[in-house]
Design a protein around this ligand. Structure first.
Ligand SMILES: Nc1ncnc2c1ncn2[C@@H]1O[C@H](COP(=O)(O)OP(=O)(O)OP(=O)(O)O)[C@@H](O)[C@H]1O
Ligand SMILES: [Mg+2]
Length: 255
């Protein structure tokens, strides 16, 4: 059964060698929520997203998605690491969109969106194609399905990347600064797609510097610095009336 909480982090720690990056992250993301994560460069935002879909292993604390521990199984109070194949099964329910679009350069937009359901889920080409066409239509690229990535603008490539993630029918979407590599005039179309996705009820964690988007579309906002959550709440409140000096200092630079 699906619960109310989609992501739960309790005292999550992560180090790279001697560098202690995540220093006890506690947060909860509810089903259907748009959860914005902001903070200075190096504060651990990408690291945390990568832990959620187990591209990185958490070294302390507990992290669960939809009630399941990420990367571990608990038995008699002890944690056991999952096998790679079990991790892969967990990961395919989580869509991730990066700053750089990472499309397959040798495949068309349509091919990019069809690929994972065929390869990972063993879906038939016909079914994958039908869904891919629908998704590309939805992100406003119905007329660009046959274009290769090199024949698309950055904003169009990013919308293909979003459609590609959605093709796996994820229960959670992670966005890591999806618009920060784009020319300013291309940002709006990508944010429109994300807004549409939010309205459809998708649970989304969005690392972003687009405070306008966070204020309008976000249900919650967390300000992270130095690997901890400094402040969190309703985006309008946190952005409009930050309580901590570190939050104020950061916002004075980005707003
Ligand atoms: N694979 C890695 N090995 C060693 N250190 C890493 C690795 N990945 C990230 N780090 C370090 O962890 C810290 C946090 O990085 P992270 O990418 O999570 O920050 P961020 O908040 O996403 O920053 P930005 O806003 O610049 O994207 C940085 O100091 C970075 O150098
Ligand atoms: Mg980052």
């Amino acid at each position: 059964m699906t619960g109310q909480t989609m992501v739960k982090a309790e005292g999550v720690h992560k180090s790279y060698g001697a560098a202690h990056i995540l220093r006890g992250i506690d947060l909860e993301v509810q089903n259907g929520e748009v959860f914005c994560l902001v903070g200075p460069s190096g504060s651990g935002k990408s690291t945390f997203l990568r832990c959620i879909n187990h591209l990185e292993r958490v070294d302390g604390g507990r992290l669960s998605v939809d009630g399941q521990l990420v990367g571990y199984r608990e038995k008699n109070g002890k944690l056991y690491e999952l096998k790679d194949s079990e991790v892969a099964v967990q990961r395919r329910d989580i869509g991730m969109v990066f700053q750089r679009f990472n499309l397959f350069p040798h495949m068309t937009a349509l091919g990019n969106v069809m690929e994972a359901p065929i390869q990972v889920k063993g879906e038939s080409k016909a079914v994958a194609r039908e869904r891919a066409e629908r998704l590309l239509d939805r992100v406003g690229l119905g007329d660009k399905m046959g274009n290769y990535p090199s024949q698309l603008s950055g904003g169009q490539q990013q919308r293909v990347a979003i459609a590609r993630a959605l093709a796996m029918e994820p229960k959670l979407m992670l966005f890591d600064e999806p618009t920060s590599a784009l020319d300013p005039e291309l940002v709006g179309d990508v944010l429109d797609v994300m807004r549409d996705l939010a309205e459809s009820g998708m649970t989304m964690i969005v690392v972003t510097h687009e405070m306008g988007f966070a204020r309008e579309v976000g249900d919650s906002l967390v300000f992270m610095d130095g690997g901890v959550v400094v402040e969190s709440g309703n985006p309008r409140d946190v952005l409009g009336n930050p309580q901590h000096d570190r939050t104020k200092a950061f916002l004075s630079k980005v707003l």
